[in-house]
Structures are given as C-alpha cells and as structure tokens.
Design a binder for this molecule. Structure first.
Ligand SMILES: [Zn+2]
Length: 356
C-alpha cells in the first residue's frame, strides 16, 4: 500500500531544469544579426560550411548538416525541443540522427527525453549518464523524505511515541529507496570512456573527454574538415566560468581543458563555447590568462592569511574583467572569487606564510 502512495507522489515529478543551469537571456542588449526563428527565441548563426550554432535559453547548440543527416550537440531545455527541431528542419530535410551531450547539466541535456522519443541516438561520456541517474535518484529521495516528514507529523499529532515515528521512517525509506527504476528516459543510449569518432557528413567528428574540468563528464567535439570546435562548458566566452566542484569539476582540470583547446585550435578555428558568442583561439587564451592570474593571486592571499571577505574586497584584482562585463552573467565576481578561495583552502589547508 505504501509503495502505491510513493509511486503516486513520484508521478508528479518531472525532470526539472537543473540548479546549475545557466541562462543566456542577458546578452547585454547587444544587437545581433541572427535569424529569429520563433517565440522560444531560438536563433541560428552560421559558424562555417554546414555547421551552425543555435542559441536560446540554455547552452549553445552545435548543428552539423549534410548528406547523412543532422548531428546535434546539446539540447537545452525540454520546452525548447520542438523549436529546435523546427529550426533544424528549416535548414535540412534530413532528420536529426545523432546528439552528443557535452556534460550532464540541465541546460545542455533538458531536451534528452524528447530527443530519445523522437528516435535521436544520444551519446555522452559515461559520467553524464551516472550524474543524470544520480539527480533523478535525488529527486526520488527528496520526494520520499517529504512524504515521511508528513507521515511523521501525522503520527506525532496522533500522539505516537518518538521511537515509533523514527522506526517507521527508517524502515520505510530503506524499503522504498532501494528499488528505484527511473521511468523517464533522459539518458544517453551510448556512452564512452575516452573518445568516440563519427564519420559523418564528410567530416571526421572527434568527441573526446577532458577530465574533471567543468564537471567529471565533459566532452569537446572537433569537426576536423571544417576546423570547428564545440567546447561545452569547458570554455565560456566573455564571462567567468562555472566550475562545478560538487560534480567532479576542478580548477586544475579546467585549466588543463583550456590547454587542450590550444593543442587543437589555430587562428582559423571557429570555437562554439558552452555559453557566449562564437569565439577564437585568442578568446580562449584570454580566459586562461584570467584564470591563471586570479587563481594564483587568490591562493597567494589565502596563504598570506587573508580571509575570504578581505579577498572579496580587493576590487582591483578583478577590475579589468569587470570592465569587460565578465561578472554580468551566471557567475558573479564574488561567486567566482569564493570558488577560487575554496580551491586554495583545499590545496593548502594548513600552509601559512611566515611573517617577517
Ligand atoms: Zn554546465
């Protein structure tokens, strides 16, 4: 009987936009020459040859069209799926055959369920699948906890003894939490460990994993013929990056990912960032210099005994980047400096400079 009630509760839950989802609505009011498609505001920009960038509310979508079909990178939010597919069908009569998730965040995978239902085959690093399952498990666990909180409240009102309430909750969570099978198919059907190559639309499309950068499931996608690289969120243009340390991301891994980009890209490479405008190698080098500078300065001040509040008040540290509008997006200056400070605390938990 209890299980029936739990199932009833679970039906109410659908896969939500993730907490970490980045919203690109705010483009600083810049005028664009993009083609507006419709009311969900999906816009199309030609990157090179038959490769396009689709923008909307979530992460930048990559699209490659050609004789074999349509190849997508990321799918934003579930509400955008039909607009995305309409946009693709305005550019090619071929259907979307393959989709790669650059990582698990909901602003890049929110359309997975719809895409799966539409017959698109989704590929991603194996940790993307693991993280998506974990997040569904968490929603499931939260709904169970909520249910038993209410149950406990009821028992309490009926005057049941404390031990009975505690025993009841413990027992039931154990019983119901174990046999959870997700009913929503939001998962990549094909996963890989290091890399996978597509020979498609006369391109060699190399999809490769970079370790512990933005998350622990990041991939970049390189189109060798067109010299176009989609970086996912391992690179964002003109803003502070989000490094999701709760999901396996790390500052050092993020730096290494930016170096990987520079091993592949040359001055002609068109780079589709996870968020922001189409970029070039110079933009990547600039972001890396910003990250190197701030990481080392924040770590220096931390070892020098400065508190987080003191470092946050050093506005000259970030003046140059604030001047370029880096803090106007998902990650504010304070959030970014706090993340770097916590990274320094992890790296140097006890180290203190000797005063002289
Ligand atoms: Zn992300």
């Amino acid at each position: 009987m209890k299980k029936f009630i739990i199932l009833g509760i679970l039906f109410v839950f659908t896969y939500p936009a993730q907490v970490h989802a980045q919203d690109d609505k705010n483009n600083g009011g810049r005028p664009t020459n993009e083609t507006k498609n419709n009311d969900f505001n999906i816009t199309v920009e030609k990157v090179k040859d038959s490769i396009y960038m689709l923008k909307g509310k979530g992460g930048n979508i990559g699209l490659c069209i050609g004789k074999d079909g349509a190849f997508l990178i990321d799918d934003q939010f579930s509400e955008a799926t039909s607009e995305i597919l309409t946009t693709v069908s305005n550019l090619t009569r071929k259907p979307v055959q393959f989709l790669v998730n650059t990582h698990h965040h909901g602003d890049h995978t929110g359309g997975n369920k719809n895409m799966n239902e539409a017959g698109v085959v989704i590929f991603a690093h194996e940790n993307v699948r693991k993280r998506l399952l974990q997040e569904l498990m968490k929603i499931h666990q939260d709904s169970i906890n909520k249910y038993f909180e209410n149950e406990a409240e009821k028992l309490k009102n009926q005057g049941a003894p404390e031990e009975k309430i505690a025993e009841h909750a413990k027992q039931s969570v154990k019983e119901t939490g174990m046999d959870f099978t997700p009913t929503e198919n939001i998962f990549p059907m094909v996963t890989f460990d290091q890399e996978i190559t597509f020979y498609y639309n006369d391109e060699q499309i190399l999809v490769f994993h970079v370790q512990n950068a933005h998350t622990d499931g990041d991939s970049m996608i390189y189109f060798t013929e067109s010299n176009v690289l989609h970086t996912g969120d391992t690179f964002v243009n003109g803003r502070y990056p989000f490094i999701d340390t709760d999901n396996g991301g790390s500052v050092d891994g993020y730096m290494a990912a930016l170096s990987r980009i520079q091993m592949i890209a040359n001055e002609e490479t068109k780079i589709i960032p996870g968020h922001g405008e189409i970029a070039s190698l110079a933009d990547v080098i600039y972001l890396q210099s910003m990250l190197t500078f701030l990481t080392s300065r924040v770590a220096y001040y931390r070892v020098d005994g400065k508190s987080l509040e003191q470092v946050l008040s050093m506005t000259d540290l970030t003046q140059e980047f604030e001047g370029k509008g880096f803090g106007n997006y998902f990650i504010s200056k304070d959030k970014f400096i706090t993340m770097l400070y916590q990274d320094a605390v992890r790296k140097y938990p006890t180290l203190k400079k000797k005063k002289n």
